[in-house]
Design a protein around this ligand. Structure first.
Ligand code: ADP
Ligand code: ADP
Ligand code: ZN
Ligand code: ZN
Length: 843
């Protein structure tokens, strides 16, 4: 038995010892990893790094913690799973900081997740400047999320929904009969309202814009609700009835407030304009709270200020040497000891966030609008203050989203976590971070079944001797420190020479977020990399602006909605003249969002290859004899699937005192199908067995089905040969999802004139996988398309035909194009913070 568990203070020899790990693809792995160190886990995507660091070490720590919790309390804690491992000794408790987006509906902000908002409210409550005679307020009164603080008009949301003639009547050329009042309900209800109007003497057959202003206003905005007896027009069967009139405005407001149906509320919202609440000016706070200031600013002002500015505002107070004593009666407590203590603490904590390159964020920024990398760095910074020691922090690529200029401070923060007595385990692809680790665990050599072994575990330099490591050439690419091995890694594949653009897409006067009246031009027919420090505006320019401008110009394509955006109208997109967009016929955004949110979607269904496979099954003699069509081989509809689990392959297991967990379906044994369906075979395998094949195995097996073969080849080309066809979407990493999307794109006939947008495509990818990805992107360009990537990985930037560098810094100190041109010319720019790193990556 593991004695060290109950005595974490006496963990014998400073190592976490893992024996017999078999989670996912791990092949009975034994490995010893030092505690109180920074340990990097490396290996190609799919090699098993996460299965070891998160799936085994972290999961086991969680499980033990869970076991030690009283049964009734366990129900409150979400249980992880039991990792497949024989034994782990020397294991302290673990905290995982993974890259996950906050729930999109949540009200959480940068200030709430870092708890900086609490301190700021305390500052205003205890040390703000109050108007003469005003009572000192409780700190709750400064929060829009409490009953005490919320504006009574908008309930703290800061947003008001209003209606206008434009929002209610989108097309003024229509008549009322033709549906000019789009906000009204459809079907018979709408007809009733029209009949009432006509009965009241309004002309429902002239274009809306020809009606007199007074009439239009009454129809849209009146609160009157006359009840009239109406004889339905044109409908001789219907009897006369009493009808009540609702103006468009009262109908919309009533539906929004009282309708039980979310779909109805959603529908009417589309006919409203949302803007800042007029009562609280969009702050969500009450007037009493907004009357209190600190350094001449309201708490709403400070919430909206980027943290770099906030730091400067509170710095003078934090540095006060002679603070007065706090007294309840003074109207201002700005220079008393409480103010000094709170501001000093705030400043200290904000400085960590500035060091992590997040100074452009404001405390009020909603977390759903943050990138996963920004979110994780916020959490890391918050942990520094937690006071925990003796724990293992397990991090997932903490460098994601970081410009090379910001890697140094991140390392300093990891060092600090270690210095406070913790272990820091990072799954990481950024070789600059890996080089600085105390210990390296390299997993591989390849992905999936070709990986799952620990190739090396020891101090970083020792990897140089491991021939079969795919990581080795990238880690020692200067050649000097390796043990004589030749090095060919570290540079992404490039075109033979820099390509010449065959046209330009020009946008003028772009304003959005921190882009202010920016002119930008993108070369067509080449690969462009957009660079800049975190917060400089790269995603805004590429995903929001380019995506929306080009997307909205394409008639044949549904608009691709941007990220959820709670920022309101202040950051609405505005663009002046656009030139060259007609040269783009299609827009494709390849992002890292999941390909599906349920286990019902998988690789095979997403790429469409499963359709071809099901048809092939239906065409077998066995299937035809039984009358089975292609639908019979779907696990998503009744017929062929197992009805016990409804084709999911697993069922929820209810355990007394334990939260529900999942187990394989006892009836179909996880195969998802009923026995009759499984009797049908194609070349000796039933449909469940085909879904269990990896892409590599299926490439041979399904070679005769052209549609499937095309998909499989594309998947193999982007390095996903190790995935199983039926692997549920929920088990795929963001990087895997992204490459599946890219592969699906590649399998289509090459059409040219497509614009591909990618935001940090290398996140989660080992440098070896980056090479595969880049080869594909260059292939797209070679067949006449345009590719624009947001990127921090300098090897990728160096291989681009054109570089647009934004900056110089983040937030309001960014948003400008600092340099644009070939990689070689941008590398020579004297103002670009990217230039020195790019210069180092150029051959
Ligand atoms: P890495 O972190 O190195 O990218 P992972 O540990 O995530 O690799 O994956 C290792 C292997 O296990 C891959 O083949 C992957 O597809 C598979 N895998 C990952 N998660 C699951 C899961 N929840 N269920 C089954 N297989 C999984
Ligand atoms: P990058 O991609 O270079 O890291 P972003 O385009 O994400 O930069 O951000 C540029 C600026 O715009 C930053 O100041 C950021 O805080 C702001 N910003 C980005 N997204 C939003 C949003 N949804 N709401 C408000 N501000 C935003
Ligand atoms: Zn309000
Ligand atoms: Zn079943």
């Amino acid at each position: 038995d593991d004695l060290s568990l109950s005595h974490p203070g006496h963990l014998a020899d400073g190592f976490v010892r893992v024996r017999g790990a078999r989670e996912n693809n791990l092949r009975n792995v034994d490995v010893d990893v030092p505690r109180d160190s920074i340990v990097a886990f490396t290996g190609v995507s799919g090699s098993g790094k996460s299965s070891l660091a998160f799936g085994t070490i972290y999961a086991e720590a969680q499980r033990r913690y869970f076991e030690s919790v009283a049964p009734y309390a366990r129900r409150l804690i979400q249980q992880g799973h039991n990792p497949k491992v024989e034994m782990i000794s020397g294991l302290p408790p673990a905290v995982a900081l993974q890259q996950r987006r906050g729930a999109p509906s949540s009200r959480s902000t940068v200030g709430t997740v870092t708890t900086l908002s609490n301190s700021l409210r305390m500052l205003f409550s205890r040390a703000g400047t109050y108007p003469a005679g005003a009572e000192q307020l409780d700190s709750d009164a400064f929060s829009p999320n409490t009953a005490a603080g919320a504006c009574s008009e908008c309930h703290g949301l800061g947003v008001a929904h209003t209606v206008s003639e434009e929002s209610l009547v989108p097309d003024a050329n229509l008549t009322i009969r033709e549906g000019a009042i789009a906000a009204w309900p459809g079907a018979w209800q709408g007809k009733n309202l029209r009949d009432i109007l006509s009965h009241l003497g309004y002309d429902v057959d002239v274009p809306w814009r020809k009606l007199p202003r007074k009439q239009r206003d009454w129809i849209l905005f009146t609160d009157e609700q006359p009840v009239v007896e109406v004889t339905p027009e044109r409908d001789r069967v219907a009897k006369p009835y009493k009808g009540r009139f609702w103006s468009a405005k009262s109908y919309v407001l009533h539906t929004l407030a009282d309708s039980q149906s979310a779909a109805m509320r959603e529908r009417v919202l589309a006919f409203m304009e949302s803007g800042p609440c007029p009562r609280c000016g969009g702050t969500g706070l009450r007037a009493e709270a907004l009357a209190v200031t600190f350094a001449g600013r309201t708490i709403a002002d400070l919430n909206a200020a980027p943290m770099v500015e906030l730091a400067e505002i509170i710095r003078p107070t934090a540095g006060l040497k002679e603070a007065g004593t706090a007294s309840r009666r003074q109207s201002s407590g700005e220079d008393n000891e409480v103010a000094v203590a709170i501001t000093a603490d705030l400043l200290h904590r904000i400085t960590v966030l500035l060091d992590l390159g997040l100074g452009y964020l404001a405390l009020g920024r909603a977390t759903p609008t943050l990138s996963p990398g920004e979110m994780q760095r916020l959490r890391i910074a918050t942990q520094l203050r937690s006071g925990l020691f003796g724990v293992i922090y397990v991090l997932d690529e903490p460098s994601a989203g970081l410009h090379p200029a910001d890697a140094e401070p991140l390392l300093a923060v990891l060092d600090q976590l270690k210095a406070s007595g913790n272990s820091v385990f990072v799954v990481e692809h950024n070789m600059d971070v890996v080089r600085r680790a105390d210990w390296l665990v390299d997993v591989g050599p390849r992905a999936g079944e070709g990986g799952g072994e620990v190739l090396y575990s020891g101090p970083v330099a020792g990897l140089a001797a491991i021939e079969e490591s795919v990581t080795r050439p990238f880690l020692f690419d200067d050649g000097g420190s390796t043990s004589g091995g030749t090095s060919d890694g570290g540079t992404a594949p490039r075109a033979a020479q820099v390509r010449e653009p065959d046209g330009w897409l020009e946008l003028a006067g772009i304003s959005r977020h921190n882009l202010k009246d920016l002119d930008a031009r993108f070369p067509l027919g080449v690969l462009t990399a957009v660079t800049g420090v975190s917060g400089s505006g790269k995603s805004t320019l590429v995903t929001h602006v380019l995506g929306e401008v080009v997307g909205s110009g394409l008639k044949n394509q549904a608009p691709q909605p941007a990220e959820p955006d709670d920022a309101g109208p202040a950051t609405a997109l505005s663009v002046g003249p656009v030139n060259g967009a007609e040269r783009i016929h299609r827009l494709v955004t390849v992002d890292q969002k999941p390909i599906g949110r349920t286990p019902r979607s998988n690789l095979a269904t997403y790429t469409g290859l499963f359709d071809a496979v099901r048809k092939e099954f239906a065409a077998t003699e066995q299937a035809r004899a039984r009358g089975f069509g292609a639908g019979r081989f779907s696990f998503n509809v009744a017929g062929g699937r197992c009805e016990t689990c409804q084709g999911e392959g697993f069922v929820a297991v209810e355990l007394l005192f334990l939260p529900g967990s999942y187990g394989p379906c006892p009836v179909c044994d996880g195969s998802r199908y009923n026995p009759e369906t499984l009797e049908v075979t194609y070349r000796g395998k039933n449909v469940a067995e085909v879904l269990r094949l990896t892409v590599d195995a299926a490439t041979g097996f399904l070679a005769d089905i052209p549609a499937a073969a095309r998909s499989l080849k594309s998947l193999g080309d982007v390095g996903l040969g190790y995935l199983r066809l039926g692997q549920p979407a929920t088990e795929l990493s963001g990087g895997e999802a992204q490459r599946i999307k890219l592969a699906t794109e590649l399998q289509r006939a090459q059409r040219g004139h497509t614009l591909y947008l990618l935001d940090e495509p290398t996140t989660g990818l080992h440098p070896a996988d980056v090479e595969l990805l880049m080869a594909q992107l260059h292939g797209l360009v070679d067949s006449g398309n345009t590719v624009v990537v947001v990127e921090h990985e300098m090897a990728v930037v160096a291989a681009a035909d054109w570089v647009i560098d934004l900056g110089p810094s983040g937030g309001d100190a960014g948003g400008r194009i600092v340099a644009a041109g070939t990689a070689a010319s941008v590398a020579r720019s004297r103002h670009s913070r990217t230039a020195p790193y790019l210069a180092a990556a150029l051959p």
